[in-house]
Design a protein around this ligand. Structure first.
Ligand SMILES: Nc1nc2c(ncn2[C@@H]2O[C@H](COP(=O)(O)OP(=O)(O)OP(=O)(O)O)[C@@H](O)[C@H]2O)c(=O)[nH]1
Ligand SMILES: [Mg+2]
Length: 358
């Protein structure tokens, strides 16, 4: 090849690269990539459900029917969890006849039958009506039993939701606990932007699968459960859930591929946090907490702790990532509507700019 040909080829390659980059920039600036990260049970999928309700097409009747089995499992697991916790705590029912109902539920649970029978619904109503059994929730911090955070919601609606033809409401769907096992991508078109949102599985054994998704991310939404400060991991009961979340946040913030990517911290389950603070002291799990045991001081304390995980030692001040924090209750559609629209707006302006795409 002559030197003139070589120069022409090189110019063509350069032009192609520039064109590819231009197209990528145009596509990316219209198609932000957003990762939802955080430990298991922190609220990522619930946030996705809110996006679908608020900015998507909502749930079709087929999708509502498909969730019914999970709702029934949540009800049965919650009732069975209460029976285990009663045994663990040495609590007996206040009324007579409740012991029989507890036996029925145990037998049903062991039979692994999935169908909610009228007898089972009656037994669950009976135990939930008993004041001693109800007083088990919220579970004390020392309990080794796992009961989902939305147990009371489902147990109090067992008569309606337990029917095989019940049509689940949006609120029912938002309260279902169905751990994610695989990363899913959903595209939401909001104004002229196509947001590609990735919902990951948060339990420890799934986290190694996150890494391939760290490339060319525009924004991270990181979820923590504020109510987890006195809980332990389902997958490892020796690890405090808030400590796990703090360590994970540090790893994500300081990961070489994510070091400069803006991050929004959703301090979620503020409703449960506020209730729990009445009976469970933060100081017991975080000895350096020395303020009043309430929402304001508790949330401030944890926000500071999470922010401190970001190691800025080797980051130029102008390149330091932005960390935004929101106190949330992901099951509350009205409140989430406002937060989601603020987050999306600021994401478009700030994260695209930080990612060099604007
Ligand atoms: N009370 C209350 N419950 C919540 C809140 N956010 C989520 N939940 C409930 O907490 C449970 C777990 O929420 P998910 O959204 O499934 O958690 P996740 O982060 O996707 O968990 P993995 O899929 O295991 O990673 C569900 O039963 C939700 O209904 C909240 O702010 N308040
Ligand atoms: Mg999930």
């Amino acid at each position: 090849m002559s030197s003139a040909d070589e120069k022409r080829t090189s110019r063509e390659i350069d032009a192609q690269i520039a064109k590819d980059r231009e197209q990528m920039v145009a596509r990316m600036s219209k198609e932000p990539k957003v990762l939802l990260l955080g430990s298991g049970d922190s609220g990522k999928t619930t946030f996705m459900k809110q996006l679908k309700i608020i900015h998507g097409n909502g749930y079709s009747s087929e999708e509502r029917a498909a969730f019914l089995r999970a709702a029934h499992e949540n009800i049965l697991d919650s009732a069975h969890g209460l029976i285990l916790a009663a045994a663990e705590m040495g609590i007996s029912p206040a009324k007579s006849g409740v012991e029989d109902a507890m036996e029925n539920i145990k037998e049903f649970f062991q039979s692994r039958s999935k169908e909610m029978t009228p007898k089972l619904i009656g037994a669950i109503e009976t135990i939930w009506a008993d004041e001693n059994i109800r007083s088990i929730l919220p579970l004390p911090p020392d309990s080794k039993v796992f009961i989902q955070d939305t147990a009371a919601y489902f147990l109090s609606k067992v008569r309606a939701i337990g029917q095989s033809d019940h049509v689940l409401t949006d609120e029912d769907i938002l309260n279902i606990r169905l751990p994610t096992t695989q990363i899913t991508e959903t595209v939401f078109v909001i104004e002229q932007y196509h947001f590609h949102i990735y919902d990951v599985a948060g339990q420890q054994k799934h986290r190694k699968h996150w890494i391939p998704f760290f490339d060319s991310v525009n924004q991270i939404l990181f979820f923590i459960s504020l109510a987890s400060y006195d809980q332990f991991l389902v997958e490892d009961p020796t690890i405090n859930r808030m400590h796990d979340a703090l360590g994970l946040f540090g790893e994500i913030c300081n990961h070489p591929l994510l070091k400069h990517i803006p991050i929004t911290l959703f301090m979620n389950k503020m409703d449960l946090f506020e209730t729990k603070l009445q009976t469970s002291q933060i100081k017991r799990f975080f000895p350096d907490f020395n303020k009043e045991n309430n929402l304001k001081y508790g949330a401030r304390y944890f926000e500071k702790k999470f922010r401190a995980q970001y190691d800025t030692a080797e980051v130029e001040p102008e390149n330091a990532k932005l960390i935004y924090c929101h106190l949330t209750c992901c099951t509350d559609t009205k409140a989430m509507g406002v937060i989601i629209s603020n987050v999306l707006q600021s994401m478009l302006v700030k994260s695209l700019r930080t990612g060099g795409l604007m």
